[in-house]
Design a protein around this ligand. Structure first.
Ligand code: BF8
Ligand code: SF4
Length: 644
């Protein structure tokens, strides 16, 4: 295999990586190689620079220093570092949720005219969950009350987050007994920072238990608020066909790429690109029109609501610029590589930052102000159109690869699709699992990372699960990876799904892999699991379900927070490369073993995606057995016996 093929499984990406190699442009894989060998202390989680008596490090071989200057053990140091990752990940998701709540409130108060409360049904339903009396009230009034309630949950000091009440009763009781129901979203994050300050909590189990509390505040709080309020504000997604991969960029068009996470501006951009004045300006400069594409999770947001194509996932952000065909890349927050400015400098691409939280030195910053969002969006698009003049035709090379997909599945529409028009229910899903046509379900989510061949682990794992009659739900970069392989179409069931899964997909008309959105939309998976429990016949708690989760190519601290809220919700969750915990056998054992008896879920680390898929299948089978269900009816004969 040549270098560009080793780096990515995706042929479109391979072409751009090859171009980078040929033109000697350094990209993420080169920077990764330059870091090798990566710091062993960091990898094992046993370095501490929390106070100025340090930095300290523990000798992993037990031959040197066993404790920090303050006496902190490797268990304390590893646990503290780990939960600080949760704090950062939960903060990122939750701050996103806060921003959406803020925009919703402005829209409801009539202070942001470019936004509207689109999903009024969902608004009323969510308001009722928050105890708001909706009777006889105007939509705007309900929106205002809901916006205020949600915003208040970030700084709430006592009580419980409201959305916790959507979890199965048994699950809520487990959390209450352990004292890990989040009181306020910010409060639990701040408490992580306090507990991990020098000289506070040094009981690794106590530290991690609080980490779970903050992570639950992300999954059942900040992220869930982001999802629910985004649906209300930008429209509840419905299954929609779209396209994905670098081939969505168009040679004769002005190409605008929106990258980041929060849909607040990108959703308005979908309107701005239709502006007749901007379109005629584009034509004046010789372009056929304006082509909008997304990147990372802001792409997922506008993909599932408007069918805007996705140019790719995390590791493709520089590659999009390398096509030489991107006039403008507009970024908001999260997963935006600082390297983008140098990539843009190698081409004519204009990079524009839009969030006060994310600026780049020397890069033009045009800040989103909700009061005049559309005007700002148009100004940004205009810069892109103007920049078309600077495109160097000879440097343009857009890979041809493009694939169709269906996106836009949500908790609500899964109910409708499965239950039919008049009966909202997930019953057919439960029945399919009970009868054994479906063996179980798996969530495969998360990032991509140059430490593993791009997209390969996602695609290999998902194919293996499908073959074994496991229905897959996906979000984030993982969904895009599999979409590029064509797995997110109803037709793919014929090629990849086992006989049982294929029957279910055919009967209901769904793909075997359901794209449920961006990373904050992992909260949709929590709600689907809760709905399956509520439907009956599969136990009383999420931890009873024959399901498993995985993040085979993870890189971000958000992935750690997501992993912890799934585990703390009772889901067995596999990460590809390990968390930075192996320096403490105690912490490793706690999160990969003991936690199961405490919260019903636990972690496993397995880099081989096929092995990991079979670990998930084995777990699914154990849960089936515990529920006294028979084996899956079309159980794949060649499934190897598993060693534990
Ligand atoms: O939030 S999957 S690389 S883009 S962190 Fe980032 Fe990871 Fe992608 Fe979306 Ni999620
Ligand atoms: Fe070292 Fe303890 Fe300070 Fe960490 S908190 S840097 S282990 S002295």
């Amino acid at each position: 295999m040549e270098k560009h093929e080793e780096r990515s499984y995706d042929p479109a990406s391979q072409k751009m990586i090859k171009k980078a190699i040929d033109e000697d442009i350094k990209i993420v894989w080169d920077r990764y190689d330059a870091q090798k060998p990566q710091c062993g202390f960091g990898e094992l989680g046993i370095c501490c620079r929390i106070c100025n008596m340090g930095p300290c490090r523990i000798d992993p071989f037990g031959e040197g220093t066993e404790e920090g200057v303050c006496g902190a053990s490797k268990d304390t140091i590893v646990a503290r570092n780990l939960v600080r990752m949760i704090a950062s990940g939960a903060a990122a998701h939750s701050d996103h949720g806060r921003d959406i709540a803020h925009t919703l409130l402005m829209a409801a108060k009539g202070e942001a005219h470019d936004y509207h409360l689109k999903a009024t049904d969902k608004l009323a339903r969510t308001a009722r969950i928050y105890g708001i009396d909706t009777k006889g009230k105007l939509t705007e009034k309900i929106g205002e009350e809901l916006g205020e309630k949600c915003l208040s949950e970030f700084g709430q000091q006592h009580g419980e987050l409201r959305l916790i009440g959507l979890a199965p009763k048994k699950r809520q009781e487990i959390w209450r007994k352990l004292g890990i129901v989040p009181r306020g979203i910010d409060r639990e994050i701040v408490e992580i920072m306090h507990r991990t300050h020098m000289g506070v909590d040094n009981d690794y189990k106590n530290i991690i238990n609080h980490g779970m509390r903050a992570a639950l505040g992300d999954g059942w709080g900040g992220s869930m608020i982001a999802t629910e309020l985004s649906d209300i504000l930008f429209g509840a997604p419905e299954p929609i066909r779209a396209t994905v991969n670098l081939g969505v960029l168009k040679e004769d068009y002005v190409n605008i790429v929106v990258h980041g996470h929060e849909p607040t501006l990108s959703d308005v951009v979908t309107e701005a690109v239709k502006d007749p004045e901007l379109l005629s300006l584009a034509k004046k400069y010789g372009a056929k029109g304006i082509n909008l594409a997304g990147m990372c999770c802001t792409a997922n947001e506008i993909l599932m609501r408007h069918g805007i194509p996705s140019a790719g996932n995390f590791l493709q952000q520089e590659l999009a610029i390398l096509t030489g065909a991107v006039e403008l890349m507009m970024v908001d927050v999260q997963c935006i590589m600082p390297a983008l400015s140098s990539a843009a400098n190698c081409f004519h691409t204009k990079l524009v930052t839009t969030s006060p939280k994310c600026k780049f030195p020397g890069v033009e910053h045009i800040e989103l102000k909700e009061e005049k969002a559309l005007e700002i969006a148009k100004n940004i698009i205009r810069l892109g159109v103007e920049n078309y003049k600077k495109r160097v035709k000879e440097r343009v090379s857009i890979p041809k690869e493009i694939k169709g997909l269906v996106a836009g599945f949500t908790t609500e529409n899964v109910f409708r699709i499965l239950g039919g028009k008049y009966r909202f229910t997930v019953r057919p899903l439960n029945d399919a699992i009970i009868s054994g046509r479906l063996r179980g379900a798996a969530g495969v989510v998360g990032c991509c990372n140059p430490n593993i061949r791009h997209d390969w682990a996602h695609v290999s794992m998902v194919k293996e699960l499908l073959k074994n009659d496991v229905l897959v739900v996906q979000t984030g970069c993982s969904a895009i990876a599999c979409a590029k392989e064509g797995l997110l179409t109803p037709e793919s069931a014929f090629e990849y799904a086992g006989a049982g899964l294929r029957e279910v997909c055919e009967a209901v008309g769904i793909p075997p892999v359901l794209h449920v959105g961006s990373c904050v939309d992992n909260s949709r998976i929590l709600l689907i699991l809760s709905a399956v429990v509520a439907e009956g016949g599969l136990g009383e708690d999420i931890s009873d379900l024959p399901v498993a989760g995985a993040a085979p190519e993870w890189m971000s601290e958000k992935a750690i927070s997501i992993g912890f809220y799934f585990v703390a919700s009772g889901v067995y969750t596999i990460f590809g490369t390990p968390h930075p915990v192996l320096g403490s056998p105690n912490v490793t054992n706690y999160i990969t073993n003991e936690l199961e008896n405490i919260v019903g879920g636990k972690f496993a680390f397995e880099e081989d995606p096929i092995k990991a898929a079979h670990m998930m299948i084995k777990h699914i089978d154990l849960k089936r057995k515990a529920l006294k269900l028979g084996p899956a009816i079309h159980q794949h004969k060649k499934t190897p016996a598993l060693k534990t």
